[in-house]
Design a protein around this ligand. Structure first.
Ligand code: PGA
Length: 279
C-alpha cells in the first residue's frame, strides 16, 4: 500500500477510535522535538563548548534557541560539529524592518541560519508585556518569512487553582492563531507554575491538557491538528523525560534549565530518540 494511502487510513482510524486499536498503539506521524531554550545565558565560549560536547540524534528533531547575539556563532558551531541540530530565536519582531531599536526581524533570524522561533513565552508575556494580539502578529510574520513558530501557552498558578486552565489556554490559542490557515506551527504547553520551579506537571496532567489543546486546534484547523506537534515545557529534565515521551499527545519537550549542560540535554534527547525507535 502506498505510504500516503496508509497514513490517510491511519488518520481516519485514529480519528474514529482514538490512539489505540485493540491495545495496538498506532504510530503517530507527528514530528517529535527536543528544544533547548537557553534564555539569557551563555557566552560565545560556553556556546562553543556546548556544541563540542553534545551528541544529537537523527531520530528526533533537536533545536537549540540561544539569545540573539549567540545565534550566528551557534550556527557556525553547529555546522562545524556536523550534527543534526536546528537553530531557533527566542523572540522576533512583527515588522519586516525599520525603526525598532533593540529588535530582531524574522528575516534577520533566517539570515543567521534560524528555522524556528519561540513566540509568546510566559517570560515575555510577563516582563515585556506581550499579549495574544502581539503574539498573533509575530506568528504571522514568522510564517510569512518561512520560520516555524514555537508558540508558548500556559496558565499561572492562580488560574490553575481557580480551575481556569482550559479557558486560559483556549483564549491564548484562538488569540495566537487568529486568521491563520496553515498548521505549520509548534505549540509548547508551558504551565507558568512549572517553569524553573522544579514543580513539573505530572505526565498524566500534561497528557490531559495536551489532549484538550489538540481539541481546540481541531476547532481551528480541522484534521490538520493531528499533525501539529504539542511540546511540554516546565522543569522537564532527563529524569522525567521518559514519562512525557510515553504519552500519545506529548510530542517532545521545550527545555530551559536542563538544556544548559550538554550532558543533561543529551540525556533528554536520548530518551525521546529511544521512544521513537520503539514506536
Ligand atoms: P525550565 O524552562 O525547563 O527551566 O522550567 C522551560 C521554559 O521556560 O521554556
Amino acid at each position: 500500500m502506498g505510504q500516503s494511502i496508509e497514513s490517510y487510513i491511519k488518520h481516519l482510524v485514529r480519528d474514529a477510535i482514538g490512539h489505540t486499536l485493540g491495545g495496538l498503539e498506532l504510530q503517530r506521524d507527528r514530528k517529535t522535538y527536543v528544544i533547548a531554550n537557553w534564555k539569557m545565558n551563555k557566552t560565545i565560549n560556553e556556546t562553543a563548548e556546548f556544541f563540542q560536547n553534545v551528541k544529537s540524534s537523527k531520530d528526533v528533531s533537536v533545536v537549540v534557541c540561544p539569545s540573539a547575539q549567540l545565534l550566528f556563532p551557534a550556527h557556525l558551531f553547529i555546522k562545524q560539529s556536523g550534527q543534526p541540530i536546528g537553530l531557533g530565536g527566542q523572540n522576533v519582531h512583527w515588522a519586516d524592518k525599520g525603526a525598532y531599536t533593540g529588535e530582531t526581524s524574522a528575516s534577520m533570524l533566517k539570515d543567521v541560519g534560524c528555522e524556528y522561533v519561540i513566540i509568546g513565552h510566559s517570560e515575555r508575556r510577563q516582563y515585556a508585556g506581550e499579549d495574544d494580539v502581539l503574539v498573533n502578529k509575530k506568528v504571522k510574520q514568522a510564517l510569512k518569512t518561512g520560520l516555524t513558530p514555537i508558540i508558548c501557552i500556559g496558565e499561572t498558578l492562580d488560574e490553575k487553582n481557580s480551575t481556569r486552565t482550559e479557558q486560559v489556554l483556549s483564549t491564548q490559542l484562538f488569540g495566537a492563531l487568529k486568521d491563520l490557515h496553515s498548521g505549520d506551527i509548534i505549540i509548547a504547553y508551558e504551565p507558568v507554575w512549572a517553569i524553573g520551579t522544579g514543580q513539573s506537571a505530572t505526565a498524566e496532567l500534561a497528557q490531559q491538557t495536551h489532549a484538550y489543546i489538540r481539541s481546540v486546534l481541531k476547532q481551528i484547523f480541522g484534521g490538520q491538528a493531528d499533525s501539529i506537534s504539542i511540546l511540554y515545557g516546565g522543569s522537564a529534565n532527563e529524569n522525567n523525560a521518559a514519562d512525557y515521551s510515553g504519552m500519545p499527545d506529548i510530542d517532545g519537550v521545550l527545555v530551559g534549565g536542563a538544556s544548559l549542560q550538554a550532558h543533561s540535554f543529551e540525556g533528554i534527547i536520548n530518551v525521546f530518540a529511544k521512544g521513537e525507535q520503539n514506536s
